[in-house]
Design a protein around this ligand. Structure first.
Ligand code: F6P
Length: 328
C-alpha cells in the first residue's frame, strides 16, 4: 500500500440510516489496524465547517455496532453548498491535519464531497448510507435492509387490524423519489397493490384492481404507496378518491414516517457497513480518491463518485409483475 495518508476523517450526513454506527466503527477500527489516526466530525459537513470533531481510536467505537442512528449525528448543511462554506471546511481539515475524508451518506453527501475534493484537492471516498437504496453503483445501501424489515413488520400489524375490520389501508412509506422500499416491502408483506414513482399504473387500474379483489372474496386490502408516487397527489387525496369511487370500502391511511429510519441494524446492514468501510480505508491508503464503495453481486467494488451521481440505480419492475400474480 502507498500510505501517504496518516489521518482520516469520517462523518455521516443527510438522513440517518441504521448501520451508520457499524460503518463508523469499521472506519475507526480499520484505521487502528493500519496504524493511522482517525477523527470523527459531528453533524456532517457542518461539523467539518466548524471544526467540530473528536479523536477516535478502536475503543471509542465499542458497543455501537448494534445501535441505530449515528453517534456522529447527521445534518444537511446549507453553508457547505457555498464556496465560502467549503473553504471554511478545508481550512478546518487543514488545522486538524486530516489528509482524507470518508463520507457516509446519500447522493447529496456525495455531490458535496465531489465538489469539495475538486476545489481543495482533498481525497474523499463515499460510503452509501441511506434507507432509500437509490444510489447507482451498489445493489444495497446501508440501512435499506433494516428499513425494509421495519416496514414489513409494521404492515403485518396493520394487516391484522385491516382484516379484523374488513378495511382497506393505504400505507405510505419513505424513499424520496425512489420506490425501492415500497416495491420490496410490498412484495414482502403481500400487499394487494404497490404504487411507485417509477411506474405510473394509473388511477383507473387501481380502482379496477381493488374492485376485482373485493369481488374475488377478499375482505381487506393493503396498498403500499411510495412517498414519491404522485398518482393521487398525496396518500390522503388518493384514499379520498378511491373511497369516493368505491364507497363500499372503509379505508384508512397510515404514514409510517421516521420509524423507518430508526432501530437496531439488521445483520445484513452490519456486515455490509463493515465490508464497505474496511474497503474505503484501504482505498485511501492505496492512494485512491473520489470513489464510492459499493456492494455488487456480493462483492465489494468501487466506482467513481461521478458515475454514482450521474447514473440511476434501476429498480426491478419485474417485482410489480410478481406482486400482481401473487395478489390474485
Ligand atoms: O433520504 C432518507 C429519507 O428518509 C427519505 O426517505 C425521506 O424523503 C427524507 O429522508 C426525509 O427527510 P427528513 O428527515 O429531513 O424529513
Amino acid at each position: 500500500m502507498k500510505n501517504t495518508i496518516k489521518r482520516i476523517g469520517v462523518m455521516t450526513s443527510g438522513g440517518d440510516s441504521p448501520g451508520m454506527n457499524a460503518a463508523i466503527r469499521a472506519v475507526a477500527r480499520s484505521c487502528a489496524y493500519y496504524n493511522i489516526q482517525c477523527v470523527g466530525f459531528y453533524r456532517g459537513f457542518q461539523g467539518m465547517i466548524e471544526g467540530d470533531f473528536v479523536e477516535m481510536d478502536a475503543r471509542s467505537v465499542r458497543n455501537i455496532i448494534s445501535r441505530g442512528g449515528t453517534i456522529l449525528k447527521s445534518a444537511r448543511s446549507k453553508e457547505f453548498l457555498t464556496p465560502e462554506g467549503r473553504q471554511k471546511a478545508a481550512d478546518s481539515l487543514k488545522r486538524a491535519e486530516v489528509d482524507a475524508m470518508i463520507l457516509i451518506g446519500g447522493d447529496g453527501t456525495f455531490r458535496g464531497g465531489q465538489i469539495f475534493s475538486k476545489e481543495h484537492n482533498i481525497p474523499v471516498i463515499g460510503v452509501p448510507g441511506t434507507i432509500d437504496n437509490d444510489i447507482f453503483g451498489t445493489h444495497y445501501t446501508i440501512g435499506y435492509d433494516t428499513a425494509l424489515n421495519t416496514v414489513v413488520e409494521a404492515i403485518d400489524k396493520i394487516r391484522d387490524t385491516a382484516s379484523s375490520h374488513n378495511r382497506l389501508f393505504f400505507v405510505e412509506v419513505m424513499g424520496r423519489d425512489a420506490g425501492f422500499i415500497a416495491l420490496n416491502s410490498g412484495v414482502g408483506a403481500g400487499a394487494e397493490e404497490i404504487l411507485i414513482p417509477e411506474e405510473d399504473l394509473g388511477l383507473e387500474r387501481l380502482l379496477c384492481s381493488l374492485e376485482r379483489s373485493r369481488n374475488s372474496g377478499k375482505t381487506s386490502s393493503i396498498v403500499v404507496v411510495s412517498e414519491g408516487d404522485k398518482i393521487g397527489k398525496n396518500v390522503f387525496e388518493l384514499a379520498e378518491y378511491v373511497t369516493k369511487n368505491l364507497p363500499d370500502y372503509d379505508s384508512k391511511v397510515t404514514v409510517l414516517g421516521h420509524i423507518q429510519r430508526g432501530g437496531s441494524p439488521s445483520c445484513f446492514d452490519r456486515v455490509l457497513a463493515s465490508r464497505l468501510c474496511v474497503k474505503a480505508v484501504e482505498l485511501l491508503l492505496d492512494g485512491q480518491k473520489d470513489l464510492m464503495v459499493g456492494f455488487v453481486n456480493n462483492q465489494i467494488e468501487s466506482c467513481t463518485l461521478e458515475s454514482a451521481l450521474k447514473e440511476k440505480h434501476a429498480i426491478n419492475l419485474e417485482l410489480l409483475r410478481i406482486s400482481d400474480i401473487l395478489s390474485t
